[in-house]
Write a protein that binds this ligand. Structure first.
Ligand code: MN
Length: 381
């Protein structure tokens, strides 16, 4: 029985993780559930799974949650400090980090320090402080198992391999604007950006997919997880999203991991690794996909992808700055305060206006995040 903490249980990954857990009650149990502010769903989940502890990060919902669960043997806490504390519970075997954005960083670090196995769905943790997080995990001998579908695919391709990697192919659906001409991008609205053709995800990551910043962050994530340089990671647009990513080895052989787009598979693999368990996920009907197609992403249209590569090449605190500027810009776009094409423009000017730190400490990352959020907010105003 694997005891699991689900950090971010009310989001897209969190709810699917609970479906996986519910499908295998003999394999998995829930020890901790945390949510940001979706108190109603958190209460329902807690009643169903009866974890040891629940945390609601937004303190104004504490009374609502604790009263609703008062008849059950569940500890209820509120606030971001409580979230960091439960991440280090020693009664837990595995911590699924499914928090959104920068907020995933400190809980992930606490879980690593407590030597808990990490299933990482929060790519921003590695974008913001990948070098620090990976070296901390190595020194504590903590495995970080990727949940992101592309990285899970690569991780699965590498299982049992001793060969060195010649190249990684990260596949991308291309998002809702794959066929939009670049001149029309400035006019696209929030509804259009949120209509992802292949994956059903939360709002922030869906906008990141539309700009392809999500893929850019995944390049940075892959760099840290697999120790591969930026120029050996190629993004390949593959609209069917059947090949989830590929590894090319030194002899030229390529391994790919395939399947219908279904996040429950990489989530479950991160729980069962190095084993597998049955799922009820839909199997591929190959005749439905007579053609699998591939193309290079359009660098003029997807500026954010170019920015992410540039951030990785510059290194230091640049990816952290880009992430912060992106979070502010995406939020502004989602509340109709800026145009879609302003997102890349804002990130670029924040990059030029923040101070560069070659080898950032954790405190430097925290300070860089604050500085970049401030500058991005000023630009938007
Ligand atoms: Mn992904």
């Amino acid at each position: 029985m694997i005891k699991i903490s689900v950090l971010g249980s009310t989001g897209s990954i969190g709810t699917q993780a609970l479906e996986v857990i519910a499908e295998h009650p003999q394999l998995f149990s829930v020890e901790v559930l945390t949510a940001c502010r979706n108190a109603d769903l958190l209460i329902n989940q807690a009643r169903r799974f009866v974890p040891d502890t629940v945390v609601i990060a937004d303190e104004q919902f504490y009374h609502k949650v604790s009263e609703a669960l008062s008849s059950l043997p569940i500890k209820v806490y509120a606030g971001s400090e409580a979230l960091e504390q439960v991440a280090s519970y020693s009664s837990v075997d595995l911590v699924l980090v499914a928090l959104v954005g920068y907020s995933g960083l400190i809980p992930t670090i606490r879980a690593i320090e407590a030597k808990r196995r990490i299933a990482l769905a929060n790519k921003e943790t590695l974008v913001v402080a990948g070098k620090l997080v990976m070296s901390l995990a190595a020194s504590h001998k903590v495995p970080i198992i990727p949940v992101d579908s592309e990285h899970s695919a690569i991780f699965q391709c590498l299982a049992g391999e001793y060969a060195s990697i010649d190249k990684l192919y990260l596949t991308a659906s291309g998002g809702p604007f794959l066929h939009t001409i670049v001149q029309d991008l400035a006019k696209v609205n929030r509804q259009q950006a949120l209509a992802h053709p292949r994956w059903n995800m939360g709002a922030k990551i869906t906008v990141d997919s539309a700009t392809m910043m999500n893929k850019g962050f995944e390049v940075i994530e892959a760099h840290h997880l697999f120790g591969v340089a930026a120029d050996k990671i190629e993004v390949l647009v593959h609209p069917q999203s059947i090949i989830h990513s590929m590894v090319q080895f030194d002899d030229g052989a390529i391994k790919a991991q395939l399947g219908e787009p279904d996040m429950r598979i990489p989530i479950q693999y991160s729980f069962t690794y190095p084993h597998r368990a049955k799922t009820s996920s839909p199997r591929i009907e190959w005749a439905t996909y007579p053609t699998l197609s591939f193309m290079k992403p359009d660098a003029n249209k997807f500026r954010c992808l170019v920015i992410a590569y540039e951030a990785l090449r510059r290194g230091g605190n640049t990816p952290c700055v880009v992430n912060a500027a992106n979070e502010v810009a995406v939020e502004a776009f989602l509340s109709d305060r800026i145009a879609f094409t302003d997102i890349a423009r804002i990130i670029e000017s924040v990059m030029e206006r923040t101070s560069f730190i070659e080898e950032p400490s954790l405190d430097d990352c925290i300070a860089s995040n604050i500085e970049a959020v401030r500058i991005a907010s000023e630009i938007i105003q």
